[in-house]
Design a protein around this ligand. Sequence first.
Ligand SMILES: CCCCCCCCCCCCC[C@@H](O)CC(=O)SCCNC(=O)CCNC(=O)[C@H](O)C(C)(C)COP(=O)(O)OP(=O)(O)OC[C@H]1O[C@@H](n2cnc3c(N)ncnc32)[C@H](O)[C@@H]1OP(=O)(O)O
Length: 242
Amino acid sequence: MASSEEDGTVEEKENNNKRRTKSALATAWLTFYNIAMTAGWLVLAIAMMRFYIQKGTTKGLYRSIARTLKFFQTVALVEVGHCAIGIVRTSVIVTGVQVCSRIFMIWFVTNSIRQIQSEESVILFLVVWTMTEITRYSYYTFNLLHHLPYFIKWARYNLFIVLYPLGVIGELMTIYAALPFVRRSGMYSMRLPNKYNVSFDYYYCLIIVMLSYIPLFPQLFFHMLRQRRRVLHGEVIVEKDD
Ligand SMILES: CCCCCCCCCCCCC[C@@H](O)CC(=O)SCCNC(=O)CCNC(=O)[C@H](O)C(C)(C)COP(=O)(O)OP(=O)(O)OC[C@H]1O[C@@H](n2cnc3c(N)ncnc32)[C@H](O)[C@@H]1OP(=O)(O)O
């Protein structure tokens, strides 16, 4: 019969093997996921460029890429799970706010109100999102493959300084452009009296969403600045909700 020390080493070895298998599975999944997302956003970038070159206008561009955009941006919800189960070391809250804001922007604003889909602000946030996600997912991919070109690392942790504010401007201008249509149509709203005895006004909901950018966006931006200092300048950063 093995002694308790030997049992310990046997149990430790079994746990180590389980951890290594889990880590290998996580790495394989994340590599596949990031390659797929990089490819998806590259397809979106090429589709938008081809549309503009062929048509010479951005009118109708959103409708031409809406299905692909909705798919890949909605799939990004998986990333909240990545954080929650611990296969990536990042904040669940920050990731959740970022992904939910994008999904809200697409499904509950841009895709729901055709009249605003050709606004320049929509094109602005689409272009900014696409540049960002191609950079971000290719960074993760090359990082996982241990062959990370410096220019991708540089782009990952510097472009956001300009692209984040531009994206927020595009999103807020789009929501603002949507307000008159929401007010006139009463979409997604419930007026009293009704059988639920509950009223909800989507117009004021959108105004609250716009105001929520004031406290929430800085949290995301400063999170990226902390990541930038950690990755580019080797600072040791401890995230509050790790
Ligand atoms: C329902 C109502 C909704 C109401 C909404 C209210 C809105 C409130 C304000 C929201 C404003 C959002 C505006 C925004 O949409 C505008 C734009 O996006 S414009 C474009 C510019 N944007 C950006 O640059 C941000 C892009 N997004 C991100 O970078 C991430 O989503 C974010 C969570 C913000 C930050 O990412 P993360 O925390 O992961 O930082 P790192 O990339 O440095 O990674 C940290 C470590 O985790 C590892 N990691 C993460 N993901 C993966 C992955 N998929 N595969 C592998 N590894 C991953 C990464 O490698 C790092 O690991 P290590 O520490 O070992 O280096």
